[in-house]
Structure formats: structure tokens, C-alpha cells
Write a protein that binds this ligand. Structure first.
Ligand SMILES: [Zn+2]
Ligand SMILES: [Zn+2]
Length: 777
């Protein structure tokens, strides 16, 4: 309204004379007008580095704050587009005429100032748009207020008696009287369904009272209840007594908490050393200060066991996992933002939980690759947590039995603090590990999964009424379908990978795109018949185990057998209760499980990760063996481990079998230093993909050319490629990549930003940059 008044004032002013100051934007008149205006900086869900300025109409001025979304005209065609307001300021004079905001989308900011700062940092650090980060970080359910419904509540007005008297009727009909009585008895407003039940009537007496003005109608926003109420059946438990190592680690963390400054503490504790108890007691301190703690765990570790553990110790725990619906996610987000939650336990994205007074962030199993997001923004939760903890001035605790080399180096020679739990709780020994060289085992050479030694061990464990975990990191039945005539494997039509035979589906399956087809009877390459199935996956292992140990109940856990929600938890419960004796599976069973009765862990093939073309192949091999070995010997029953390998001299395998993390670190860091790979170098990977092979190859060359041309002399960034990616085709998209390596990621960032406006484009080619990539395929 005020705008139209301004407009009319303007109209009645004298006609502009030539050279009138209003025609000249740099004049004093215009400057004065601008000084009175306010503009918003707006970012969009696009890979752009810039914010755009929009004028805020007067009528919206009091309603807009940073963190809200706005609808604005964007681009040449002025397409109506939603963006995030990230700041308010006087319109910059250099920008000339500004477009105006059409409307405000959100009633209140979706994120606060600290989260804006953090997301801006992510955009810079991971070379993507700020709007892209905000779009990804704020759950969809929060953006569209999922699940909060407007519900009608009915109550008695304060002046009910006067209103009734004013009606001049002697008394109300019986049913209407019953409604009033029910409301009086309740003492507060009620939903219609509650009220009809309480008054034992239908809707008409309520309508009658409303018409007479004797009821007050109020619309309230309702949150969906916490659908999965885990607190049911949770028994409150006391804190456990800490051993001296745990106590020393806790004292360090608590000291840091009391300092109220940021520090990253790496809690390196062997499997079974009681890291979680240390986190819990540190969090107790945080909660005592009226602050909140965020605990990040790998998604796969969000088992009922983990959740119960936190719920039995704290009053108010929110669990954020990927199966939450939009409404539940929104509900938790609101509760956290209102300060009603003490502890947030969740997977990667829980690092963005909108706590009001953050006191501590913990990342358990910090070496897990799932903490890195594999789509834009390609952030690593550990680095985001570190930044968030720095901004908030609170400690970050990283915990692992096998820390990632980056984290180890930062604690060893950087500014982070190293805390050690070198012993298991109750002084239990680490399980002895036997390493079996499968090259000498005829049975394994003939294609059988379980060698002689492992069979004997399994038999003994079962005879002693112990339980067995068998780990094999290949799913499906036979990992290769191979032609004896031409020596080629059968490949996916759309991807550059070989297919895996899945007996349960009676099909050959591509593990990249899930393409499946009937197994070919002849070789697609040479046309000869007689394709051979090679190798052992979890399905074949399951058959073999059932055939060899017919008396045992066997459970298989991999992504094929665990498709239905809840099946994971059910299988673990079955194993915990002792109903099943043998649990076999992929990485799913390697992490965090704690079953006291497991007296044998068998690593069926330790070499599956070893020969991957990946700089971290050794590190992952070490981590997996160490983690899976850690699943046994967790009670007085003791336990042992048997590892089958055709490369028993490989340092990663040998050192993992000796529980020698320190030895592995020395060996592997020397190798990384010599090869100029992380953590001694920062990497970024430019990935291009297109259905058009020639176009993507051409564009990759063009991008490399621009980057090389813009480098100063001597070039601070080593540029490798372009080359076809190790997996050169996925779902019919041809993939090329470039690798950028430099001393710091800052150097790479400078080069990339300087090149951004000059990079060639092609309509069919998508380009992404992955900073600190973990996946190099
Ligand atoms: Zn062939
Ligand atoms: Zn495929």
C-alpha cells in the first residue's frame, strides 16, 4: 500500500526537465532514494558462485530475514524462480537497476546465521553453489512443512457466561449442554473428534453452539507424533565404570568442553575398547550445561542396539536416519530447533541438525566412506563437523579403531589431540588371528570358498555352542561369467563392468545400474557356447555353508537379502538371540556388531579390495579385516579369527592380522608420501559424462586445456588427464575425468574459480568437480 502512495506522489510531481536528476542513476536524488531502500542477496540452486541482488518492496520489508526463501524473476526471461535470501543490505550502487522480489516463500527463516555461514563455507570448500548447499541441507519435509496440519480446536470463550446471558434463552438443549460440560471438564480447547467423543454427540450440537457464538474456534498447527517411539520398553541405565584409559580420554574431552574452545580430539581405540561409553559420559557433561550433542554414526550402525544404548541414558534423543518420512524429519527438525532434544544421533546429514546451543559433535567410525556425500554438495561430514565445531567453539571427537590416515596425521603432526584406548575393556585380549595362504589349498583352487582350516574352525566353534561370523565382500552368486574360448567376461550393455550371476533372481545382474537379464547361453563376444561361472559371492557361500553344516541355522546379510525395511534389524535380533548360529555377509556385518557369543570370525577372501585401482585400496583392506576381526572375543568366551588370503605377504593383510595399526600407518604413510597422494596432497577430480562419447572426450580436452593455460609458472596444480574414467561407461553415459593435485585444496580452488567463466560447455555433457574424492572410479 505504501508503494502505491509513493507512486501517486511521484505522479503529482512536476514534469521532469531535460537532465532531470531522476534520469541519472548516479545523481544525489537517486542516491538518496537508494539509501532508503533495502535489497536482498539471493542464491539459487545452481552451480553458480554469485549471489544476486533484489530490491525488497516496502510491504515485504518487515517480513524478510536471511534464511528465508523468496520468489523472484530470474534471468533474461524473468522466469519466476525460488532462491534463498542470504543477506540484507543497501543496494550496491554499482549494480544499476535491480529487479524486485515477488513474494516471500517461508513464514520464518529455515536456517539461522550460523548455518548460513557454514553452508557458505561448504560452497567455497567443495566448489559448488551456495544455493545448491542450502537446497540439499534443508530437508524437503522442512521446506514444505510436511505433516504439520492446520487443525480446528474448539473451546469456551472467556466471557461464556455473559454471552450466554445475552442470548436471553433459559437453557441450552441437552446435547449442547453436554458439549459445554465436556469442555468445562477438560479445561482446555479440544479437537472436534475429541469433543464429540467426550460429549457423546455428533457434530450438530457443536455447530449449533458455534452459530450462537458460544464456542471459540482456533486453528492450530499440529506436528505428527513421533511414529517410532523407541523409548517404549527402554530401561533407564546407569553409566558404566570406566577403566583408567577410558577415564583419561574422558577427562581430556571434558577439559576441552570446559575450556569452551574448539579442538578436534581423535579417540583411537581398538575394537571392544569401550569408545561409546566415553562418548556417552562426555555427552552427559554437555547436557548438564544445557547444551546439545550431535553423534554421527554410519547409517548401517543405526541399529536398535545403538539407539537403545543412547535412549537408555538420556531423556531426549532424536534419531535421524534415511528411512524417516518427510513429516517425521520435519517434526524432529522443529523439536531440535526449539531446543527440546538433548542428543541427536544420526547418519551423515545429521551434522546439519539445527541445534540451538551446540556443545559437542562426535563422529563414530570416522573412517567410514559413507560420511562423504557422493552427490552435490560432495561434502565430507568430518570436515563439515570440524568447521561447524570451530564456528561454535566446541570440541569435535572423532572415534575409530582404524582412523583414516588423514585424521591420524592431523592428530600425530597437526593440531589435533590424540587419545588412545589401547586395550579392550575388562582386559580382554585381542583375538588371535590365523592367516591361511589359500594358494596352497587345493579345495579353494578348485572354486570352493571354505578351505580346510576354516572348515575345522567352524566345526569346533559350533561344537562348543559358539556362533560364527563369515565375511565376504562380494554379493551375488558368482562374481564373473566368463568365456573359456575368448577369455572375456560378460559385460553389462550400458556399463563398463562385468555382470554377476545371482542365482536367487536366476539372472546376471549389473551392480552399477541393476540391469538384469537371463544368462546368455553363448558368449556375446565370440559366439561360442560354454560360459563358465567363476568366483564365489555371498549367495554361493551360503549354499556351501548350508551343505557343509546342515545342523546349523545360517543367516545371510547383504544388500540383496536386506531389501525390505526392518529386515536388517530382524536378522540381527535372530542372531543375537542365538536362534541362528552362522551369520554371513558383506560389509554390512563387518561394523560395530557386538555379540558376546561369537567365538569365530572367518574372512573368506581378504583380497577382494586389495587389487582395486584406488590409492586407498590397502587402507580399506586393513580397515575391513581389523573391523571384522573385532567382532569376536568380546566376552569371557574369547574368540579367534581366521583370514583366507592368496596374498598373505601383503603388508595391509599381514599387519591387520597382527592388530598392528601403528605399523600399518608407518608403512602406508611412507608410501603415500613417496607417491604424493593424500593425505600429503589435496586432490580434486573433474568428472564429465555424456551419452555422446566424442562430445565428452572433446569437452574434457577443452577443460584440461583451459586449466593448463591459466596455470602460473611453475604450475602449482598437477593436472592428470583427461582420460576415460576407470569405469568408462555407466548407464550408457561415457565418462571422462581429470585429476587435479596440489599441496592444498585452496590452490586447486583458486585455479578452478579463475577458470570457471572460461570453461567450454556442451549441451549433452554434464560436468562435476569432486573435491577430496574418496571414490576414484
Ligand atoms: Zn567368448
Ligand atoms: Zn550396468
Amino acid at each position: 500500500m505504501s508503494r502505491s502512495r509513493q507512486q501517486s506522489l511521484f505522479d503529482s510531481s512536476p514534469d521532469p526537465v531535460p537532465g532531470d536528476s531522476r534520469a541519472d542513476p548516479s545523481s544525489a536524488w537517486e542516491a538518496a532514494a537508494r539509501a532508503d531502500q533495502l535489497s536482498a542477496r539471493v542464491v539459487f540452486n545452481r552451480p553458480l558462485d554469485t549471489a544476486f541482488h533484489y530490491l525488497i518492496p516496502d510491504e515485504l520489508r518487515d517480513h524478510l530475514s536471511p534464511g528465508q526463501r523468496v520468489r523472484v524473476p530470474f534471468g533474461r526471461g524473468n522466469r519466476s524462480t525460488v532462491g534463498f535470501c542470504v543477506g540484507l543490505e543497501r543496494p550496491p550502487e554499482t549494480l544499476g537497476r535491480l529487479k524486485q522480489i515477488d513474494s516471500i516463500v517461508d513464514a520464518a527463516p529455515l536456517v539461522d546465521g550460523a548455518m548460513l555461514e557454514l553452508t557458505a563455507w561448504i560452497a567455497r570448500r567443495y566448489l559448488c553453489g551456495w544455493g545448491q548447499v542450502l537446497e540439499s541441507v534443508i530437508p524437503a519435509g522442512v521446506k514444505r512443512q510436511a505433516g504439520t496440519r492446520q487443525v480446528k480446536f474448539l473451546g469456551l470463550p472467556e466471557d461464556f457466561a455473559e454471552r450466554f446471558h445475552a442470548l436471553g434463552v433459559g437453557q441450552l438443549p441437552a446435547k449442547q449442554r453436554a458439549v459445554v460440560d465436556a469442555l468445562e471438564a477438560a479445561g482446555s480447547a479440544m479437537r472436534i473428534d475429541q469433543l464429540t467423543r467426550a460429549a457423546g454427540c455428533g457434530n450438530s450440537p457443536i455447530d449449533g453452539l458455534t452459530k450462537k457464538g458460544l464456542l471459540e474456534v482456533e486453528m492450530r498447527r499440529l506436528d505428527p507424533g513421533d511414529a517410532e517411539d523407541w523409548s517404549e520398553g527402554v530401561v533407564r541405565e546407569q553409566d558404566l565404570t570406566l577403566n583408567p584409559d577410558q577415564q583419561a580420554a574422558l577427562d581430556e574431552i571434558v577439559g576441552q568442553l570446559r575450556d569452551q574452545t574448539h579442538r578436534t580430539l581423535l579417540l583411537h581405540g581398538v575394537t571392544g575398547s569401550g569408545k561409546t561409553e566415553v562418548y556417552i559420559q562426555a555427552i552427559r557433561e554437555v547436557v548438564a550445561y544445557g547444551r546439545q550433542a550431535i553423534v554421527l554414526v554410519p547409517e548401517i550402525s543405526l541399529t536398535p542396539q545403538t539407539i537403545r544404548r543412547f535412549r537408555s541414558r538420556f531423556d531426549s534423543v532424536a534419531v535421524l536416519h534415511s528411512h524417516l518420512g518427510d513429516a517425521q524429519r520435519h517434526y524432529h527438525w522443529q523439536r531440535i530447533a526449539r531446543g527440546e532434544v538433548d542428543v541427536i544421533v544420526g547418519a551423515r546429514s545429521a551434522v546439519f541438525a539445527p541445534t540451538v546451543n551446540l556443545g559437542l559433535i562426535v563422529i563414530d567410525e570416522e573412517h567410514e566412506t559413507t560420511f562423504k556425500q557422493e552427490s552435490t554438495p560432495r561434502y565430507h561430514a568430518r570436515d563439515v563437523a570440524r568447521r561447524r565445531a570451530e564456528l561454535a567453539g566446541v570440541p569435535l571427537v572423532l572415534g575409530s579403531a582404524t582412523p583414516m590416515l588423514e585424521s591420524w596425521l592431523a592428530a600425530d603432526t597437526g593440531g589435533d589431540r590424540l587419545l588412545s584406548l589401547p586395550r579392550r575393556i575388562d582386559d580382554r585380549p585381542m583375538p588371535p588371528v590365523s592367516l591361511v595362504d589359500t594358494r596352497n589349498d587345493r579345495r579353494i583352487r578348485s572354486g570352493v570358498a571354505i578351505g580346510r582350516g576354516l572348515e575345522t574352525f567352524i566345526k569346533q566353534a559350533l561344537d562348543d555352542r559358539g556362533q560364527v561370523i563369515l565375511f565376504l565382500n562380494l554379493r551375488g552368486h558368482s562374481p564373473a561369467v566368463w568365456c573359456r574360448a575368448c577369455g572375456q567376461g560378460v559385460r553389462c550393455d550400458g556399463c563398463d563392468v562385468t555382470l554377476t550371476w545371482h542365482r536367487d533372481r536366476r539372472a546376471v545382474v549389473c551392480h552399477l545400474c541393476d540391469f538384469q537379464s537371463e544368462p546368455p547361453s553363448e558368449c556375446p563376444g565370440c559366439g561360442k557356447r560354454g560360459l563358465k561361472l567363476l568366483g564365489v559371492g555371498t549367495q554361493k557361500l551360503e549354499e556351501e555353508v548350508r551343505a557343509r553344516f546342515p545342523g546349523a541355522i545360517v543367516l545371510r546379510m547383504d544388500s540383496d537379502s536386506m531389501r525390505r525395511p526392518g529386515s536388517h534389524d530382524r536378522a540381527l535380533e535372530q542372531f543375537r538371540s542365538g536362534e541362528a548360529q552362522i551369520l554371513l555377509g558383506t560389509q554390512m556385518i563387518a561394523k560395530g556388531l557386538d555379540f558376546p557369543n561369537v567365538t569365530l570370525v572367518g574372512v573368506v577372501d581378504a583380497d577382494t579390495m586389495l587389487h582395486q585401482p584406488d590409492i586407498r585400496a590397502s587402507e580399506r583392506t586393513f580397515q575391513l579385516i581389523a573391523q571384522v576381526a573385532g567382532r569376536t572375543g568380546r566376552s569371557d568366551r574369547g574368540g579367534r579369527v581366521l583370514v583366507q588370503s592368496a596374498c598373505p605377504d601383503d603388508p595391509a593383510i599381514r599387519l591387520a592380522c597382527n592388530h598392528d595399526y601403528a605399523g600399518f600407518v608407518v608403512h602406508e604413510l611412507a608410501h603415500r608420501r613417496a607417491t604424493l597422494t593424500p593425505p600429503f596432497t589435496s586432490l580434486a577430480r573433474v568428472i564429465l559424462r555424456s551419452p555422446d562419447e566424442a562430445a565428452v572426450a572433446e569437452l574434457a580436452r577443452g577443460v584440461a586445456e583451459v586449466l593448463r593455460r591459466l596455470q602460473p609458472d611453475p604450475p602449482p596444480v598437477r593436472i592428470l588427464g583427461p582420460a576415460p574414467a576407470p569405469i568408462s561407461r555407466v548407464k550408457n553415459y561415457y565418462r571422462f575425468h581429470l585429476q587435479l593435485a596440489a599441496e592444498t585444496s585452496e590452490v586447486i580452488r583458486e585455479l578452478w574459480l579463475s577458470a570457471a567463466s572460461e570453461l567450454p560447455k556442451h549441451s549433452s555433457v554434464e560436468l562435476v568437480i569432486d573435491v577430496d574424492p574418496l571414490n576414484l572410479r
